[in-house]
Design a protein around this ligand. Structure first.
Ligand code: ADP
Length: 387
């Protein structure tokens, strides 16, 4: 709205300036254009406006409409389609006062049902012309709604372990005379505190990368090192379930990126593969060149993901089975982090999964130097893990 206000102010001001200049300097062209023509200079300003702009003549006919105004369905032929907007324009023409408003148009653009606009309507020139500037608010509203949801979700997620900790503290106090019970409850307190720590760590990571900005200082990152580092960090959890972690594929590949973020992303994928697999199975992490990209995939023999949920698993806090995720210490943020890391690298993450058979997550990242180095594939080598 502020930018619209500034713009409308600028346009009205510019026209006033032109009028003054003409009177003083006696320019050859009339400053106030003919009744149905646009005041001088207005057309070129309108042409560079990103927002929808419409100029109406004194009979409510559209003299000029930006392509955005037509694409949104605000204007058809020489008519302004939104009755509410037309009423506002007439009011402005009557009393010469600039007005602001917000309203919805049931117009269709790219399949959207309704578009929410912030509008500013100002008188233009002295022939009853009116300028309507409308800015699409749909995206801003969507972002606001997502932010509100996120804050509500974070509060809820934080409340659970904090509530559990305070209950456990009370229980420990009540069981002060029973050392066995105290030890047991202290263990559960440690577990809840760890959950809280993971959640806060994931939130910090997510807030660092979710701005959609590319990573600030990309470097050449050897994929083997990222794979081994990520596998190393997951070894203990895998060992606890007798899951074998296996590294394989093409060696010597390099990508453009931030090694710490890439390790974080891959560790999240491996952690999930371990968390959602039965005991004594295998998780395979492998890399391969793919044209100008490198693909790193993590495959498990776990429970799989129902097809209906596969699109949503990359959303923050989405879980197929909330109870199972909590039981495995999940924060619901792991895959959102993976997605944002991939996007920040100019890459993407995809999933293949079959319920009961397993899942494969694939990170596709731009290769260092533009082309993935093709070194012959090496056989898959089980790491010292975890039998
Ligand atoms: P969480 O912390 O709950 O694991 P994620 O964002 O990492 O959160 O994953 C979101 C959801 O996707 C999980 O709760 C789980 O339902 C599902 N999921 C992720 N990875 C796998 C996998 N390898 N196998 C089966 N389900 C998975």
């Amino acid at each position: 709205m502020t930018s619209l206000a500034a713009l409308a102010g600028f346009m009205v001001g510019a026209i006033a300036m032109m009028a003054v200049r003409t009177r003083a300097g006696g320019e050859p062209h009339p400053v106030e254009a003919g009744e149905s023509a646009l005041p001088q200079g207005v057309a070129s300003v309108l042409a560079v406006l990103p927002s929808s702009a419409v100029v109406l003549d004194r009979d409510d006919r559209v003299l000029r409409a930006s392509s955005a105004a037509r694409a949104f369905g605000l204007v058809r032929g020489d008519r302004l389609m939104a009755a509410e907007l037309l009423a506002l324009a007439r009011q402005v023409r009557r009393d010469g006062e600039i007005r602001e408003s917000e309203f919805e148009v049931a117009a269709h653009k790219f399949g959207m049902e309704a578009t929410n606009f912030a509008v500013r309507v100002a008188p233009l020139g002295t022939h009853g012309q009116v300028l309507v500037l409308a800015e699409d608010q749909t995206e801003r509203r969507r972002v606001e709604a997502v932010r509100r949801d996120f804050v509500a979700n974070v509060s809820h997620e934080l409340k659970t372990p904090v509530g559990a900790l305070s209950l456990l503290a009370e229980t420990v106090r009540a069981a002060a005379d029973d050392p066995v019970a105290v030890t047991r409850f202290a263990g559960r307190m440690e577990h809840e505190a760890a959950r809280l720590t993971y959640l806060v760590q994931d939130l910090i990571t997510l807030s660092r990368i979710q701005g959609g900005d590319p990573i600030p200082t990309p470097a050449c990152v050897p994929v083997d090192e990222v794979m081994h580092e990520a596998i190393d960090r997951c070894n203990t959890r895998a060992a606890a379930k007798a899951i074998t972690l296996v590294a394989g594929g093409t060696e010597g590949l390099r990508v453009w990126g931030d090694d710490e973020l890439l390790v974080t992303a891959l560790r999240n994928l491996i952690d999930n593969a371990v968390a959602y697999s039965p005991e004594s199975t295998r998780v395979v992490v492998s890399a391969r060149p793919a044209g100008e990209s490198v693909e790193v995939s993590v495959s498990d023999q776990g429970i799989g993901i129902p097809e209906s949920s596969q699109e949503r698993i990359f959303e923050r806090f989405f879980r197929v089975d909330a109870a199972r995720s909590r039981a495995t210490g999940g924060t619901g943020l792991g895959l959102a982090i993976v997605k944002h890391v991939a996007v920040a690298h100019g890459g993407e993450v995809s999933v293949w999964s079959k319920e009961g058979s397993g899942s494969t997550f694939t990170l596709r990242l731009p290769a260092f130097g533009g082309t993935a180095l093709a070194v012959p594939s090496t056989p898959i080598i089980p790491l010292e893990a975890a039998q």
